[in-house]
Write a protein that binds this ligand. Structure first.
Ligand code: AMP
Length: 193
């Protein structure tokens, strides 16, 4: 049972690791990016609203994102823990998540930061753009996403570090090696799959 989140720049491998960790721990992986993309694909009102932000590499407004996650965390499958991938990404989202969890008498157990050199991130995303055809993986949009990350999301690292629940893991290397590093760091904090 663990309530955790994965944080790191675009291209650090959060999505890949989220799937593997959610299987290992038997908890749902909740990716706000995936939820937004599904809504864009289905042309829901949320998708129509989110698309313009996503296509520019900007964050979807906190009000929309917070409501989406609060709803998702109220589902029964989150009672035994969850892995958040790509949320929170702003200080307002940190506050909103704290409130949702506190209302349930819960709190975050651990935050895993995946670190990655920007040069390697850019190369990885170029490959992903070819294979997955994401409309926000072009060079211009990517550059904006990296700068939005530095401005809006990097400050969260200090917040969670201050709470003593942050572990930083090198995100570069073979997928299984990175998973192994994450598992080791989590186990040092008392969370084993
Ligand atoms: P991702 O797949 O996590 O890289 O997310 C893709 C895009 O979805 C981001 O560039 C944002 O436009 C949007 N998005 C995903 N998660 C969030 C979030 N927590 N807050 C705001 N926007 C988000």
């Amino acid at each position: 049972m663990v309530r955790m989140l994965l944080v790191g720049p675009p291209g650090a491998g959060k999505g890949t690791q989220a799937v593997l960790l959610s299987e290992a721990f038997g908890i749902p992986a909740i990716s706000t990016g995936d939820i937004f993309r599904a809504n864009v694909r289905d042309e829901t009102p949320l998708g129509v609203e989110a698309k313009s932000f996503m296509d520019r590499g900007e964050y979807v407004p906190d009000s929309l994102t917070n409501a989406l996650v609060a709803d998702r965390l109220s589902h029964a499958d989150c009672e035994r823990g969850f892995l958040l991938d790509g949320y929170p990404r702003t200080l307002d989202q940190v506050r909103a998540l704290d409130e949702v969890l506190a209302a349930q008498g819960n709190h975050l157990d651990i935050v895993v930061e995946l670190t990655a050199d920007p040069e390697i991130v850019i190369e990885r995303i170029r490959l992903r753009a070819n294979s997955q055809g994401r409309t926000d993986d072009t060079d211009d949009v990517l550059r904006n996403r990296l700068s939005v990350y530095t401005r809006e999301t990097a400050p969260l690292i200090d917040v969670y570090g201050g709470r003593g629940i942050l572990v930083s893991v090198d995100g570069i290397g073979a997928i299984d090696d990175v998973t192994g590093r994450i598992m080791e760091s989590m186990s040092a904090h008392g969370f084993s799959a």
